[in-house]
Design a protein around this ligand. Structure first.
Ligand code: URA
Length: 240
């Protein structure tokens, strides 16, 4: 459906400057709609049909952004915190205009795939307990992980608060005093992976998320780096 918005709001959301800047730019004749110079920053535009230009360059309008981050240790998956660094501290201000937020939480010390978006509906669908979007983690475990653990996780384990987990798929990459595993879960309880291992008497000493749905972490991203998702990748987030 066509959506009419003020031109200064559209351009400021896209990172062209503050509303005050846009007022100035309109006066300077930098803003055109359908080839006509717009001096009134309150002019309403239809972002689906109107051709908007800034400084004679076409403006690509978009409502949503989707970012994939390789989250580093030490950052909270939050949009605000008084004390600790947050993942948004790592994001360029041109994206912050879109007011992105993390889709679900990783613990402060967990690394790996974090999706940030301003698409609330997508976030809701991905996080909905009914959708069972799978999430796969790589972890290092203090203790020998065994076939018994595979069976226990497949059956479901009881967490410290009495919650019975859904079947989860455990793959042992290395079974030793320090084991390495991959675990796929289909829900997202607080500290779920750590608490599942606690329930079998073992401790997660390193945790990294590898995938959400069919979206896999781009390993070329260093810790703390991020990039936009392609349209195809956005679809993969919800696929099972
Ligand atoms: N499970 C955890 O224990 N921690 C995370 O950050 C994600 C899943």
């Amino acid at each position: 459906m066509a959506k009419k918005l003020r031109i200064d709001k559209v351009l400021s959301n896209l990172g062209y400057g503050s509303r005050a800047d846009l007022k100035k730019y309109c006066k300077q004749g930098l803003v055109k709609v359908n080839g006509k110079t717009i001096s009134n920053p309150g002019t309403q535009v239809d972002t689906e049909v109107d051709k908007i230009e800034f400084d004679n360059k076409e403006v690509k309008y978009r409502e949503f952004i989707y970012l994939m981050m390789n989250k580093p240790d030490g950052y909270l998956s939050a949009t605000f915190d008084k004390r600790d660094p947050i993942v948004l501290d790592l994001i360029d201000s041109s994206y912050l205009n879109f007011e992105p937020f993390p889709v679900g939480r990783l613990d402060k010390d967990t690394e790996g795939l974090l999706v940030l978006t301003n698409d609330g509906q997508l976030a809701h669908r991905v996080l909905s307990p009914k959708k069972h979007v799978p999430k796969t983690y790589y972890a290092k475990i203090d203790g020998v992980v065994t076939d018994e653990d595979i069976k226990a996780f497949e059956k479901g384990v009881t967490l410290d608060d009495g919650y019975e987990t859904m079947p989860a798929q455990l793959k042992i990459l290395k079974s030793d005093d320090l084991s390495e595993i991959e675990l796929t879960i289909h829900e997202g309880k607080f500290h779920q992976v750590k608490r599942m291992f606690e329930s079998v008497g073992k401790k997660v000493v390193y945790l990294k998320r590898l995938s959400i749905g069919k979206l896999i972490l781009d390993e070329s991203l260093n810790l703390g780096e991020y990039r936009e998702l392609t349209d195809e990748e956005v679809k993969l987030i919800e696929e099972r």
